[in-house]
Design a protein around this ligand. Structure first.
Ligand code: DSN
Length: 416
C-alpha cells in the first residue's frame, strides 16, 4: 500500500508536512536523529498487531513463535554490541527503563544520589513531579560553578554524607566525558548500587567513542532513538545478579504487552550500529560537535564548560542579551531547530532559560561534516547577533535552505 492510496487525507497531510519540515530544517535537537528505511519498515510492520506479554519461550498468549525469534535476536545483538551479559529490550521508553531499574534496585522511599536536572540531569532522575521524585528520596549532585564539570571529589563528599542506596549517573545536557569508573568506585565505597542512564551517549558508547559504563554499573539504561539512531524506545543492560528483578520490574511491574514492532526495529538499529560505517559515523558526530563549538566560541558565544567531548554542547546566550527561548525562536525562524536549555546556576526559569542545547547526531546522519559545521556555526552566530534584522535573517534562511537541499535525509539514510 502506498501513501497515495491512504484514505485518511487529513492525517497524511500532517505527516507529509512533517516530512517536509524535517527535510527543510537542520535538526540540532541533541536527542533526535534520522532513522534508516529498514528501522522505519520494522516499525510499520505486522508485528504491531501482536500481543506477547511475557518473555521468549514463556508468553501468556499463543502464536508467539516468530516474535520470540525477533526478541531473541534483539537481545543477542544488544548483548553483543555493548558487551553485556544480560538485557531486557522491552521498555517502551527511557523513562520506562528507569522505572524498571529503580523498582529492581531499591525500595520505595530509599535514598538516591543523581545528577541535578538543573545542571543537565533528566526528569526521571528525581524531578519532584516525576515518579522518581514522588516515590524515592532523591538528592542531587551537580557541576562546579568554576569548571561547569562534574568533580568526582564533590560527588564523593555528598555520597559519604548522604549514604544513598543508589548512585545514578547520566545526563541529558552534559557535554563532557563522564567518568563511570570513578563514580562506580564512589558507589562501592558507600555501599550503594550503581546505575547509569546512558540514553544520550548510547551510540557513542556502542562505537567506542565514549567510555562504556556497562562493566562498571549494576544496571545500565538507555533510549534507542538518540545517538544510537534506532526507533523511539528503551533498553536495559545488567549483570546476572539483577536480570530476574529487572525482568519482573519491566513486566508485569511497569508495562503490559511489549511493542514487538519496536523491538524488531531496535534489532535492526543494533545490527546497523555494529558496523564500521556506524563507528565512522559516531566519530564524525563527535568531530562535528567539536568543530561547531569551536566556531561558535570563535564568533564570541560562550560554550558551557568551554567545549564538548560528545555529541552536544550548551551555549550561553545571555551575553547577547537573549534568553534561550528567544534564541530557539530566532533560529527556528531560519529553519534551524534546537531547544532552549537551562545552563548550570541559571537564574532564568526553565521555560525561558539562559542557554540553548545543540547536538550534531541528526545533521551528521544527513552527511554534513566539519566544513559545514563551520558554516552552520557562522550562520547561528549571525542570527543570534542579528537583533531581528530582516535582511540578515533572509540571507541565513537561504543559506540553510541550500545546506538542507545539498544533504537530503532520505537518500542519506536509505542504505545505512
Ligand atoms: N527529552 C530528552 C532529551 O531531549 O534529552 C530526554 O528524554
Amino acid at each position: 500500500m502506498t501513501q497515495e492510496s491512504f484514505r485518511d487525507d487529513l492525517l497524511w497531510r500532517a505527516v507529509g508536512a512533517e516530512a517536509l519540515r524535517q527535510e527543510s530544517h537542520l535538526e540540532l535537537i541533541a536527542s533526535e536523529n534520522h532513522t534508516s528505511c529498514e528501522v522505519m519498515a520494522a516499525m510499520g510492520s505486522c508485528l504491531t498487531d501482536k500481543y506477547a506479554e511475557g518473555y521468549p519461550g514463556r508468553r501468556y498468549y499463543g502464536g508467539c513463535e516468530h516474535v520470540d525469534d525477533v526478541e531473541n535476536l534483539c537481545r543477542e545483538r544488544a548483548k553483543d554490541l555493548f558487551g553485556a551479559s544480560h538485557t531486557n529490550v522491552q521498555p517502551h521508553s527511557g523513562t520506562q527503563a528507569n522505572v524498571a531499574a529503580l523498582m529492581a534496585l531499591i525500595q520505595g522511599g530509599d535514598r538516591v544520589l543523581a545528577m541535578s536536572l538543573d545542571h543537565g540531569g533528566h526528569l526521571s532522575h528525581g524531578h519532584p513531579k516525576n515518579f522518581s521524585g514522588l516515590f524515592y528520596d532523591f538528592h542531587a549532585y551537580g557541576v562546579e560553578r568554576e569548571t561547569e564539570r562534574i568533580e568526582l571529589e564533590r560527588v564523593r563528599e555528598l555520597a559519604l554524607e548522604l549514604r544513598p542506596k543508589l548512585l545514578m549517573a547520566g545526563a541529558s545536557a552534559y557535554s563532557r566525558t563522564i567518568d563511570f569508573e570513578g563514580l562506580a568506585s564512589i558507589a562501592r565505597e558507600v555501599g550503594a548500587h550503581f546505575m547509569v542512564d546512558m540514553a544520550h551517549i548510547a551510540g557513542l558508547v556502542a562505537a567506542g567513542v565514549h567510555p562504556s559504563p556497562v562493566e562498571h554499573a549494576d544496571v545500565t539504561t538507555m533510549t534507542t532513538h538518540k545517538t544510537l539512531r534506532g526507533p523511539r524506545g528503551g533498553l536495559i543492560l545488567c549483570t546476572k545478579e539483577w536480570i530476574k528483578k529487572i525482568n519482573s520490574a519491566v513486566f508485569p511491574g511497569g508495562q503490559g504487552g511489549p511493542f514487538m514492532h519496536a523491538i524488531a526495529a531496535k534489532a535492526v538499529a543494533l545490527r546497523e550500529a555494529n558496523s564500521a560505517s556506524y563507528r565512522e559515523y559516531a566519530g564524525k558526530v563527535v568531530a562535528n560537535a567539536s568543530a561547531l563549538a569551536a566556531t561558535l566560541a570563535d564568533r564570541g558565544l560562550r560554550i558551557v564548560s568551554g567545549g564538548t567531548d560528545n555529541h552536544l554542547m550548551l551555549v550561553d546566550v545571555t551575553p547577547l542579551g537573549l534568553t534561550g527561548a528567544d534564541a530557539e525562536e530566532q533560529l527556528g525562524a531560519v529553519c534551524i531547530t534546537c531547544n532552549k536549555n537551562l545552563i548550570p546556576y541559571d537564574e532564568q526559569p526553565p521555560m525561558k532559560a539562559s542557554g540553548i542545547r545543540i547536538g550534531t547526531a541528526a545533521v551528521t546522519t544527513r552527511g554534513l561534516g566539519t566544513v559545514e559545521m563551520e558554516r552552520m556555526g557562522g550562520l547561528i552566530a549571525e542570527v543570534l547577533g542579528a537583533r531581528g534584522d530582516g535582511a540578515v535573517l533572509e540571507s541565513v534562511r537561504k543559506a540553510v535552505g541550500e545546506l538542507s537541499e545539498a544533504f537530503p535525509i532520505r537518500p542519506a539514510v536509505a542504505g545505512v
